[in-house]
Ligand binder design. Structure first.
Ligand code: IMP
Ligand code: MG
Length: 329
């Protein structure tokens, strides 16, 4: 089984929570991260503690899984080594030797350039690192001595393993190719690119699980339909703050179905995971069986299935990895 998980909106769909559930429920041997780099913040609440992960996969909650970072990803060595320490993961983490490297110069450029101000980037150096690699002037992970102990051939590892979970980052509407250009991230982040990031070919993928949140948020600049004011978002319990930047996220209380249909198509989604149903529809917190959801929540899930023509298989009902309905058979 080789499955890919991607974000269907503007990032921050709750991928970390779904990944941590799949890591425990499906017991993959290998969990590999694709996507851009430490501009992503995947958050998992596990055993009473909050883990905001930027480089390593939230699948770390399964202590038997090997955690890998693919060649398509851009690595900040400092962030990576800190997270290794946080999860005590020295023995089981690896990075593809071909992966991109983020240098202090990339971070400085991302913090100061007028382009990054216009877009509202995360200032983590990802965009400049991608540009540098595209110019074929960049250093890679193999050039960084501190990362030597972790270097591996991820392509070999993910193709050899039978049960692999691939974690995408960002969200479809931030894709360089399909998102709200130029207010996008520096790469495509759809399932095909995520697969290439870790070195799995399209014929080897079983399922693409697209994660969407029950409402829509966006951090940074760019067009955003149905946006409401911070006060109103707070009153709906929908106001969020960025994991990486701490910036208040912009809120739109409904789903953007046109964008989601495009996302489902390009990603080739075979399953949808919906998170934060308990926030959009109070009365559903911590529910673990579909039948126990309120009628309003069930009607919403059926609407999503009809609009996207993809089954909803996972439903998040709270922040903890265990607060979830898993409808897969
Ligand atoms: P960059 O990826 O840091 O260059 O930022 C480009 C745009 O993508 C900005 O609007 C960021 O806020 C947004 N962005 C990048 N990564 C994420 C993410 O993981 N979650 C949410 N927004 C993101
Ligand atoms: Mg995030």
């Amino acid at each position: 089984m080789k499955n890919i998980l991607v974000g269907g909106q503007f990032g921050d769909e709750g991928k970390g929570k779904i990944i941590s559930h799949l890591a425990l429920a499906d017991d993959p041997e290998v969990i590999a991260r694709g996507g851009v780099g430490p501009n992503a913040g995947h958050e998992v609440h596990y055993k009473g503690k909050r883990y905001p992960m930027r480089m390593l996969s939230c699948g770390f909650v399964n202590e038997n899984a090997r955690l890998l970072i693919g060649a398509g990803v851009y690595v900040n060595p400092e962030v990576f080594l800190k997270e290794i320490e946080l999860i005590n993961g020295k023995e089981r983490c690896g990075i593809d030797f071909r992966a991109g490297l983020i240098t202090p110069e990339h971070i400085e450029e991302d913090s100061k350039s007028s382009l990054s101000k216009k877009i509202g980037t995360t200032k983590t150096g990802c965009g400049p690192a991608v540009a540098d690699r595209t110019r074929r002037t960049a250093a890679r992970v193999m050039d960084c001595p501190e990362l030597k102990p972790y270097m591996t051939d991820v392509v070999e590892e993910v193709n050899k393993a039978k049960n692999v979970l691939v974690e995408g980052s960002q969200g479809f509407m931030l894709s360089l190719l399909y998102g709200t250009y130029p207010f996008v991230t520096s790469k495509d982040v759809s399932a095909s690119t995520i697969a290439a990031d870790v070195g799995i070919g399209p014929t080897k993928i079983d399922d693409v699980i697209m994660v969407i949140k029950s409402y829509t948020t966006r951090v940074g600049e760019g067009p955003f339909d149905g946006e409401i004011k911070e006060e109103e978002a707070k009153s709906k319990d929908m106001q969020e703050y960025g994991t990486v930047t701490g910036r208040p996220r912009r809120t739109s209380p409904d789903l953007h179905y046109d964008e989601l249909r495009l996302a489902a198509n390009v990603n080739g989604a075979t399953q949808i995971a919906i998170t934060k149903i308990d926030i959009r529809f109070p009365g559903n917190a911590g529910v673990k069986k579909y039948d126990e959801l309120t009628n309003e929540a069930k009607a919403f899930i059926e609407k999503v299935e009809k609009e996207l023509d993809v089954p909803v298989t996972l439903i998040g009902t709270g922040p903890d990895a265990e607060e979830i309905i898993d409808k897969r058979t």
